[in-house]
Design a protein around this ligand. Structure first.
Ligand SMILES: [Zn+2]
Length: 625
């Protein structure tokens, strides 16, 4: 980025850098390479996609949310990834009887006489009457209309918004205008519009309506039970956001609040808590702090290298870690001169010694990275020499080349270890990126803005940004950046206002500051850290990514004995500061093995060091559920 600046300063920096590097480096016509360095040796093979199986999520005790899957070809993977993000325990099943043993059951993606037999439909109809919570998606028949309280389900393709009635307890927390109304399709009608269902003649005031006032989500209390009918395919919508295929739905691009997916996930969590007295969920922020902040820097310009050290020194003084994404630029081209040189290596090592993470910001930093071929997996330094001709053209480049070679150089030429985090130049996002990152050893991506992903929470990526196969890569989208107007230093209040809004539900706040200058940008960073440090968790992408992926593997079940509840946690990968959100009537009695737990805000308990199998025992007598 900052191409204008590159061009203005190109003459001075190019000659200075060339002079110092000339004696040490071996120069090819377009490249400055380290003599004798070559690699990576091994070939990268990107395996074909393996379609995810719902049965992979088939375990769980009856206190978990049950998802009765009525069509395995649906977008259930979006629901699975979304619920994992939200920390809601769930189990997917195709067995009606098994599903109805749970107290909260979601039937997805559709309820009709075509996918469920008469006996199943009758059992489902009786479920909320007997105290269960039933959430039906696309209730398109099967005679269950009276159960949910509507007359007909009508298909519609042109609805743009969902509007919540916050007088419903499960929607009461959506007090922000951007939560109360969320976009579901682009304002400009297109053939990509997601179809929805509206429910006619609702017997009770709808929980949510569409922009034309018709019912989108119905709620009907039945004795102690609850019935919800949902008209939008939340799994499909989640994948639209997660796969960055939203095409004009988001209300802003960056530096703003766009919680569309978060609202839907929080809604499901609230419905789950309402219907399940033993609902235990995981918080989204280490130590149960109000939000996670990841400061990141993209070093894609000669002057940035030296400045990055100044940012790192501030971060060190503030007692936090941040991520510095480095472009390993050894080819001189339209963008800039080569700057991945001995003096830069020294600076990178110093930044790392201050406790900062070093990530990759690609080799070529091309504006057309999103159009690159996947590549052969044999791209090697120094033969791999991508050349940016201009904004529209880059020669001899590939996705695997950018990943393999930048990772090799940072791992080999610095003391910082192999990088695990990647961010593309200009946030250009090829469809092959998730699988290419996984195949080259990366783990954490920060490649999109939170607004275009429609979420301020991390999420797991899919292969090819498609709907069927999962990827091992997690995405941590960017909320605040420094290239839009007004200049960064003049918009701290707006940035803090966004932080306030997502800190209400444990959001992720990734900040991108290019260290091309110090001045108002460094000042912004200092004031931001000062303003947030008392309530936010701060760390690098690697720190947070490690925490997040370990959290993602945690599973649990509840054992009941009279008024006692035993929470059996399985933690395959040790994780610190794990927040457990507990039912109101739980009172901790003991933990085995003995471990430090800290009561946090509300009903949250933080387990200092979670590992292996752990038992937390609670008493529920004398308190009311
Ligand atoms: Zn960049």
């Amino acid at each position: 980025m900052n191409r204008l600046l590159f061009r203005l300063t190109f003459g001075i920096t190019a000659s200075a850098v060339l002079a110092t590097a000339a004696y040490f480096m071996f120069r090819l016509p377009d490249a400055a390479v380290f003599p004798g360095v070559t690699g990576p040796r091994a070939t990268t093979v990107v395996p074909p996609p393996v379609p995810a199986q719902w049965s992979q999520y088939g375990e769980g005790d009856t206190s978990a949310l049950a998802i009765l899957l009525t069509d395995p070809d649906s977008a259930w993977l979006g629901i699975a990834h979304g619920l994992k993000t939200m920390g809601v325990p769930f189990r997917i099943t195709t067995d009606v009887r098994q599903a109805l043993q749970h107290r909260v059951v979601m039937i997805y993606p559709t309820i009709s006489g075509r996918v469920l037999d008469q006996q199943s439909l009758q059992a489902i109809a009786a479920f909320p009457r007997n105290g269960g919570t039933l959430v039906g998606f696309n209730v398109a028949g099967g005679g269950l209309e009276p159960v949910f309280g509507f007359e007909n389900a009508v298909d519609d393709r042109s609805r743009a918004e969902l509007r919540f009635d916050t007088s419903h307890p499960v929607a009461a927390e959506f007090t922000d205008p951007r939560e109360r109304i969320i976009p579901i399709n682009s304002r400009e009608r297109s053939t990509n519009d997601m179809g929805v269902v509206s429910y006619t003649n609702p017997r009770f005031p709808p929980l949510a309506t569409y922009d034309n006032g018709t019912a989108a989500i119905l709620y009907r209390p039945i004795g102690t039970g609850h019935a919800y009918a949902v008209g939008i395919d939340i799994g499909f919508f989640l994948l639209k956001g997660y796969n960055n295929r939203q095409q004009g739905i988001a209300r802003s691009y960056v530096n703003d609040f766009e919680p569309a997916l978060d609202v839907l996930l929080r809604l499901i969590r609230n419905i789950y808590r309402q219907g399940e007295p033993d609902a235990v969920t995981l918080g989204t922020v280490p130590q149960a702090r109000s939000m996670s902040v990841i400061l990141t820097h993209d070093i894609d310009y000669t002057e940035s290298v030296r400045n990055a050290l100044v940012y790192a020194e501030h971060e060190k003084r503030a007692g936090i870690s941040a991520t510095h994404f480095i472009q390993t630029k050894y080819v001189r081209d339209w963008n800039d001169d080569a700057f991945f040189k001995p003096d830069m290596l020294e600076t990178i090592n110093k930044i790392a010694e201050l406790g900062m993470e070093i990530g990759s910001h690609s080799v070529s930093h091309s504006r057309v990275f999103n159009e690159f071929e996947l590549g052969s997996g044999k791209e090697r330094y120094p033969q791999y020499q991508p050349f940016v001709r201009d904004a529209e053209h880059t020669d001899r480049a590939s996705v695997l080349g950018e990943l393999r070679v930048s990772r090799f150089l940072l791992g080999k030429m610095t003391t910082t270890g192999d990088p695990v985090s990647f961010r593309p130049g200009h946030l250009q996002y090829p469809f092959t990126l998730p699988q290419a990152m996984a195949a080259t050893g990366f783990r954490f991506s920060s490649s999109v803005t939170a607004n275009t992903a429609l979420t301020h929470l991390p999420f797991r990526l899919t292969y090819g940004r498609e709907t069927t196969a999962q990827s091992a890569i997690y995405e941590f989208p960017i909320t605040i950046e420094d290239e839009h107007k007004p200049r960064l230093g003049d918009r701290l209040p707006q940035a803090l206002a966004v932080a306030d809004r997502l800190s209400r539900y444990g959001g992720l706040y990734v900040v991108l500051i290019h260290p091309n200058i110090l001045d108002h940008k460094l000042e912004f960073q200092k004031r931001l850290v000062e303003a947030l440090k008392d309530r936010a968790w701060f760390g690098s992408l690697r720190d947070f990514g490690n925490w997040w992926t370990a959290r993602d593997q945690v599973t649990w079940r509840i054992e009941s004995e009279g008024s006692r509840r035993r929470l059996v946690l399985q933690v395959p990968q040790p994780v610190n500061d794990l927040p457990l959100q507990l039912p109101k009537h739980y009172r901790l009695v003991k933990t085995t093995p003995e471990t430090v737990t800290t009561p946090a805000a509300g009903q949250t308990l933080v387990v200092k060091q979670a590992a292996g199998r752990m038992l937390l025992e609670f008493e529920t007598a004398g308190t009311s559920p």
